[in-house]
Write a protein that binds this ligand. Structure first.
Ligand SMILES: Cc1cc2nc3c(=O)[nH]c(=O)nc-3n(C[C@H](O)[C@H](O)[C@H](O)COP(=O)(O)OP(=O)(O)OC[C@H]3O[C@@H](n4cnc5c(N)ncnc54)[C@H](O)[C@@H]3O)c2cc1C
Ligand code: SF4
Ligand code: SF4
Length: 432
């Protein structure tokens, strides 16, 4: 939480002379010792300031210099972009990062239009650092504001931003339907980001979130960590009960929307219950794509796009597997292979493309990842695919198109996802 209420740091570029004093003050305020020498020399925080100082060549006469500090936006794109729940907006409006949850993916860095997030190496991990409005600092103002001798940083009441959702949601504000709830199908990042968006323009309207997942709103990006036991079931959850309570959201866990009736403004749930809505958001994400191959029904075959499947895979592999085959060498396949190798499972990745990560990285980048994973005892078969999963009831091996047979006890299919559009099937809504 921020001690400054709704005040924010404003940057006055004309006054900034790039003296770096704000940077030093930021590092010290976030150090354990609160001592500049210890912070820089023994706590390893030399590059751990929570903003960057920018210098641009002169446009007219003078160079432009200023610290790119977080605006703690009303609509923080960074929070919406983070798939692990490492970033959140507190009740007081500060946008803060939880370094324990951060996996250093950099989505937030790309999403922030102000360049206010830095990816840095801290304690052997790459994490996203950003201004947290000096939580835990006991000064009268944030440390950078106090340190700046030129008043290039000032703490003041934030102005009201324009609300992009307002126009959209206000369209039926006064209609008789406005007492009906907003209904959201899906509790992933899209569904939960929508809750925040709705609350910014409508503080009281009823919101119902429906999700078939019993675990609630959890991070899929952490599933591979869960597979190898490095993350707990509870640790996956990134929107806890308090978030829904605070936002007055009714959450229907373990329930699925099976039909949409746009004319009557109702959705039908899997148990036949009908729920009326004012606005309905389809945030149902994707479902695993599974290519045709023989033997898919064998025990020991898993997809890897939701918690239930990851849990089944983990329990089965821990109890039964010494060797596994991962089908697909995209990001998810690579994550799964790496997690399996951490579990001590002899792992082979089969990829139909001529090399791994074909849609994600260039040749050089992919080679770096390949070398890293080969060093972890993971084997690869590229330009090939699984044609048959063999075994009597339970997986024993896979036969590749090339004819090679790989002995294994488990197969994880990680080929990608296709949009989950079942909700609109049978309606006139176009899927594009
Ligand atoms: C293993 C794995 C690792 C990943 N790692 C990363 C990463 O490191 N970085 C990154 O940026 N992205 C990563 N992703 C992708 C990221 O998780 C997705 O982009 C993101 O979850 C999409 O969010 P979403 O809300 O659109 O959909 P989802 O998160 O898929 O959520 C959709 C929700 O809708 C629910 N639903 C489906 N049908 C219905 C229905 N009929 N009624 C009600 N609810 C329904 C689903 O159960 C699900 O809970 C990863 C994905 C996976 C599977
Ligand atoms: S990090 Fe960027 S997007 Fe996120 S709140 Fe700060 S300024 Fe906004
Ligand atoms: S780098 Fe960390 S905080 Fe940023 S989006 Fe990724 S997990 Fe979230």
């Amino acid at each position: 939480m921020s001690r400054w209420g709704r005040k924010r740091i404003r940057i006055i570029e004309e006054n900034c002379v790039l003296c770096h004093l704000c940077e030093v003050a930021c590092v010290v305020a976030h150090s354990n010792s609160k001592d500049p020498i210890k912070a820089y020399k023994s706590e390893g925080l030399r590059f751990a300031q929570r903003f960057r100082l920018l210098f641009a060549e002169p446009v007219f006469e003078n160079p432009v210099t200023f610290p790119a500090i977080c605006r703690h936006c009303e609509h923080p794109f960074c929070v919406d972009a983070c798939v692990t729940g490492a970033l959140e907006k507190t009740e007081e409006g500060a946008v803060v990062s939880n370094l324990v949850r951060c996996i250093g993916c950099g989505n937030c860095v790309v999403a922030c239009p102000h360049g206010a997030i830095r990816l840095v190496e801290l304690g052997g991990r790459r994490v996203a650092l950003k201004c947290d409005l000096c939580q835990g600092w006991e000064g009268e103002e944030p440390a950078c504001v106090m340190a700046c001798p030129n008043r290039a940083l000032v703490l003041e009441e934030e102005g009201k931003e324009s609300l992009p959702l307002e126009a959209l949601l206000a369209t039926d504000g006064g209609s008789p339907e406005s007492s009906s709830p907003y209904v959201i199908a899906g509790g992933g990042p899209a569904g939960t980001a929508a809750i925040r968006g709705i609350r910014e323009v409508d503080e009281e309207g009823r919101i119902i979130l429906i999700t078939p997942e019993h675990l609630g709103c959890y991070s899929k990006a952490l599933l591979a960590h869960y597979l190898c036991g490095e993350e707990s079931e509870e640790g996956l959850i990134y929107k806890a009960k308090e978030f829904f309570h605070r936002n007055g959201v009714e959450v229907l866990l373990g329930r699925r929307v099976v039909r949409l009736d746009p004319e009557r403004k109702r959705v039908v749930l899997d148990d036949g219950e009908e729920v009326e809505f004012r606005k309905f958001l389809i945030a149902t994400g994707g479902k695993p794509f599974v290519p045709p191959m023989k033997g898919l029904d064998k025990e020991g075959v898993f997809t890897f796009t939701d918690f239930e499947k990851a849990k089944e895979a983990r329990e089965f592999i821990e109890a039964n597997a010494k060797r596994a085959v991962v089908v697909g060498a995209g990001f998810i396949g690579m994550e799964v292979a790496e997690a399996l190798s951490r579990m001590g499972i002899e792992t082979t990745v089969v990829e139909i493309a001529p090399r791994i990560l074909i849609r994600a990285l260039d040749d050089r980048g992919a080679q770096i990842v390949l070398d890293l994973l080969k060093g972890r005892q993971i084997s690869f078969r590229t330009g090939d695919t699984v044609e048959e999963i063999m075994g009597d009831g339970r997986v024993k091996a896979v036969r590749l198109r090339s004819g090679e047979v790989l002995d294994c006890d488990a197969v994880i299919i990680a080929i990608g996802v296709v949009p989950n559009t079942e909700v609109v099937e049978g309606t006139t809504i176009e899927v594009g």
